[in-house]
Design a protein around this ligand. Structure first.
Ligand code: GLU
Length: 326
């Protein structure tokens, strides 16, 4: 269907005996482009694991970045999910279409403001005027990547005055955060891998990390299923969650990504893998799901899979290759 690069190395299928039962997981696209085959892989894991374990799928529209998100992309992604048969348990697609929703980040920023005030009250927030250029200049000058507490401009120590042109950072205690990945096993990583965590950017957007941690808590998400490109985000999200009062982090599963023949991950700029274009070209939803499942290694070869049967891919005794249609 589409030329793809070699698969990510490492395990593909979680041990069914290790998957938690009755969890709430989420599908959390940012409406910055059309859904593509990479999203479909994430959806296969998310819905498949939820359906095989009696769990629920929350759909969350991650439009915290007001400069990059477009309502038209959200409309398109809701339509694409419906056409492929990927229906969330909460909220319904029609609820999202009808208007403001607690599952759309841009509709109400009170939860993020409240979280920041909580951190501020604990003395953990400071204004930061560093830009990407500040980071790049620091890296050039030192030959290293900035990591650990603070920021390259030492904004915390300089007591930068907060304004609508400064970012905000949360102080993260340095050090590693261990976690268990349902596919990759025991992991650990630095909680402050880019310095203290940016929680509001210099354009006034609440950041991805802040929104995800706040939303996973308020939406009751206790199983996060996402691609391995976000593996490095996990330690700092666990740490931030703890600072915000979440003692028990969610369970984590980071799945392999689809890659282009060049090895780069698929992105929204790759129009040729957009789900809507593939549907318009006449590919059936079950064929697309089967193609994506095979491309990531969940099937030995592509076979049609209906969305309603995705749980079979993760069930005990799954044969790995012989399945599934209808
Ligand atoms: N919104 C993120 C994305 O589209 C996913 C967030 C997450 O899984 O933590 O890549």
């Amino acid at each position: 269907m589409i030329p793809l690069g070699p698969r990510d190395p490492g395990p593909v299928r979680p041990d069914p005996a290790r998957l938690p039962h009755g969890s709430t997981t989420r599908f959390a696209p940012a409406p910055t482009g059309y859904l593509h085959l990479g999203h479909l892989v994430n959806a296969i894991y998310t819905w498949g694991i939820a359906r095989s374990t009696g769990g629920r799928v929350v759909l969350r529209i991650e439009d915290h970045d007001r400069q990059r998100c477009r309502p038209a992309y959200e409309t398109a992604l809701l339509d694409d999910l419906e056409r492929v048969g990927l229906v969330p348990d909460r909220p319904s697609l029609d609820e999202l279409r009808a208007g403001p929703s607690p599952f759309r980040q841009a509709d109400d920023d009170r939860p993020y403001r409240e979280a920041v005030e909580r951190l501020r009250a604990a003395g953990l927030v400071y204004a930061c005027e560093c830009s990407r250029a500040t980071y790049a200049a620091w890296a050039r000058a030192t030959g290293r990547r900035f990591a650990g507490p603070g920021c390259p401009g030492a904004c915390r120590d300089r007591r930068v005055v907060e304004s609508h042109e400064t970012g905000l950072r949360a102080t993260l205690v340095p050090g590693d955060e261990p976690f268990d990945d349902l596919l990759l096993g025991a992991r650990r990583g630095p909680a402050a891998s880019d310095g203290d965590l940016l929680i509001r950017d210099r354009h006034g957007n609440w950041t991805y990390h802040l929104c995800v941690v706040v939303d996973d808590a308020r939406h009751g998400v206790d199983l996060v299923v996402r691609g391995r490109d976000l593996l490095d985000a996990t330690p700092c999200q666990i740490r931030l969650g703890r600072l915000l009062g979440r003692a028990t982090p969610p369970a984590w599963l980071h799945h392999p990504l689809l890659r282009k023949p060049s090895g780069a991950k698929l992105s929204k700029a790759d129009q040729d893998t957009a789900i809507r274009d593939l549907l318009a070209a006449g590919h059936a939803p079950a064929d697309l799901l089967g193609f994506a499942a095979a491309a990531v290694g969940l099937l030995e070869s592509p076979r049609p899979i209906a969305a309603a049967r995705l749980g079979d891919l993760f069930a005990r005794g799954h044969p790995g290759s012989s399945i599934l249609s209808g």
